[in-house]
Design a protein around this ligand. Structure first.
Ligand code: XMP
Length: 511
């Protein structure tokens, strides 16, 4: 049975996916459709409510994105947020003007009607997040102003009879203190939704969508060893079984045990047709003599595409190409408005076109990282894979400073395994931690012998978004144990350093 919920129409706002996420957090199913979706297609979802997102345009622009006003007579409750509210006002003959003073950031909103309806239970003065240049100065006929600010005469408006609502502030961002309360009012009081959505339901629904998209075709998916592509593969396997083929290219720079785990999971738990290739020789020869970090990344990217292409051709034509793009990748690649951009981080850019795929399957495109993890557990992937720390596409290659050799990669791989074991055993709080083989060699003494060997650096950071990071304060006894174990167990290094630089000015990775 089709799950009923909220349809969010996307006008290109920065927070559209966040709205979807907040609705899901309330236990209500939601899906996002482009703002120009046909009204029949929207109604096919049998929505309990419709949310019009924010967006960068002005509703008064000649080519401003718009919707069929018939939607307002459909009887389905509609909530417009920011641009969405201005569009409701504009289409129903209210008046929009450029605000005398642009409002941006935390703003006190006076909730003029908070006993019932959309703003029920909210404080009379509630701090909300505003970001707008235009505003509704006169709501359309049949609407009442239900909130205002010092600068904005219509911070929220309602037509109770037709169940049409608009808010100028953003209930979906956490800076709006009571945003979730307002959304709940819309969902449960106004749309009469029930909180029956769960990750299981999401998985079922996505599996159905994949079947619809793929039909009886075949799919090729590049497994990177990371969480996202693994969860995408698990979903696709459940949807189309052995019509899915996965390709796993080991470039030789994976962490200890990683390649084996991927092969193990995807041949046993999810017995997909898996083509795993060890292409490390090829990568090492392409990287011979290369020391410059960007050069390394580019060569790895290029080789990856070549290997992937060769394997795909060997396997024979597949109809569709799948990948584990998640929402933050969509934002980073600047493709929110649509055309599929292959995740450059995973180094398969440009492949679908060349290999003649008919479509791109991206079942995680709507999800945030923590949601992908929850979905992975729901699908039965092991915690050790699901809670893996982020790992860069070029792998350990960018954690060895200078020219790459199998010997240096062995040193960084073994020291990294020890560091991970110790930090995990101790339970030290760090978001990402790894070792780096610094280019420096130093003199030491071991068992009366002079040594001249590499210095290993420990990098451990705490961060939420990986855009900025603090140094994780690892306790001295832990650092001591890590150092002793690395020097004792890993041949080729004789000194351990602790990187105490925040990001910025440093980046998390060394290259
Ligand atoms: P930086 O070094 O830029 O790293 O501070 C921020 C986060 O991004 C990860 N990272 C990558 N991830 N492909 C990826 O998928 C890459 O090429 C790449 N480079 C850095 C890094 O591990 C950290 O989590």
């Amino acid at each position: 049975m089709q799950q009923r919920g909220i349809v969010i129409l996307d006008f290109g706002g920065q927070y559209t996916q966040l709205i979807a996420r907040r609705v899901r957090e309330c236990g209500v199913y939601s899906c996002i459709r482009p703002c120009n979706a046909a009204i029949e297609d929207i109604m096919e979802e049998a929505p309990l409510g419709i949310i019009l997102s924010g967006g960068p345009a002005s509703v008064l622009d000649a080519d401003a994105p718009t919707i069929d006003p018939a939607i307002f007579d459909s009887g389905v409750p509609v909530l417009g947020i920011c641009y969405g509210m201005q569009l409701i006002a504009h289409l129903l003959s209210g008046r929009i003007e450029r605000a005398a003073q642009r409002e941006y950031g935390r703003t006190v909103v006076f909730m003029d009607q908070n006993e019932q309806g959309l703003l029920k239970g909210m404080k009379q003065k509630s701090t909300c997040w505003m970001s707008h240049t235009w505003q509704v100065v006169e709501p359309p006929k049949g609407f009442k102003v239900i909130a205002h600010t010092g600068n904005c005469p219509t911070a929220a408006m309602a037509n109770e009879e037709k169940k049409l609502y608009g808010v100028q502030f953003h209930p979906e961002v956490t800076h709006t203190e009571e945003g979730q309360l307002m959304l709940k009012n819309f969902l449960f009081e106004i749309c009469k939704a029930t909180a029956d959505w769960s990750m299981d339901a999401y998985a079922d629904n996505t599996i159905r969508q994949i079947r619809r998209q793929v039909g009886d075709g075949t799919v090729l998916l590049g497994l990177s060893g990371g969480v996202d592509s693994a969860v995408a593969a698990a979903l696709l396997y459940k949807a189309i079984g052995n019509r899915l083929t996965c390709v796993y290219v080991d470039h030789g720079f994976m962490r200890a045990g990683e390649s084996d785990q991927v092969v193990e999971i995807f041949t046993r738990t999810f017995p997909v047709e898996l083509k795993a290739v060890d292409a490390s020789d090829r990568f090492y020869s392409a990287l011979k003599g290369v020391t410059e970090p960007e050069q390394k990344r580019k060569i790895i990217g290029r080789e990856f595409v070549e290997v992937f292409k060769e394997i795909s051709l060997q396997l024979g034509k597949r109809d569709h190409f799948a990948q584990g793009t998640i929402y933050p990748d969509v934002i980073e690649s600047g493709s929110v408005k649509g055309s599929a951009v292959i995740k450059s981080h995973h180094n398969v850019g440009g492949l679908p076109a060349e290999l003649g795929f008919t479509s791109l399957v991206e079942p995680l495109r709507m999800l945030f990282k923590d949601e992908v993890r929850a979905l992975g557990l729901t699908l039965g992937l092991p915690e050790s894979l699901v809670y893996r720390q982020p790992f860069p596409g070029p792998g350990l290659a960018i954690r060895v400073i200078g020219e790459l050799t199998p010997e240096k990669v062995r040193i960084v791989r073994e020291s990294d395994r020890i560091l991970r074991e110790e930090i995990e055993m101790y339970g030290a709080p760090a978001s990402q931690y790894f070792t780096v083989l610094t280019g420096a060699k130093s003199v030491g003494v071991m068992g009366d012998e002079r040594t001249y060997a590499y210095a290993i650096a420990i990098r451990a950071v705490t961060t939420d978004d990986f855009m900025t990071a603090d140094v994780a304060p690892l306790p001295y006894d832990l650092l001591g144990r890590i150092s002793t174990r690395i020097i004792g167990e890993v041949n080729g290094c004789n000194r351990v350093l602790y990187d105490i630089t925040t990001k910025p000015p440093a980046s998390i990775e060394w290259e």
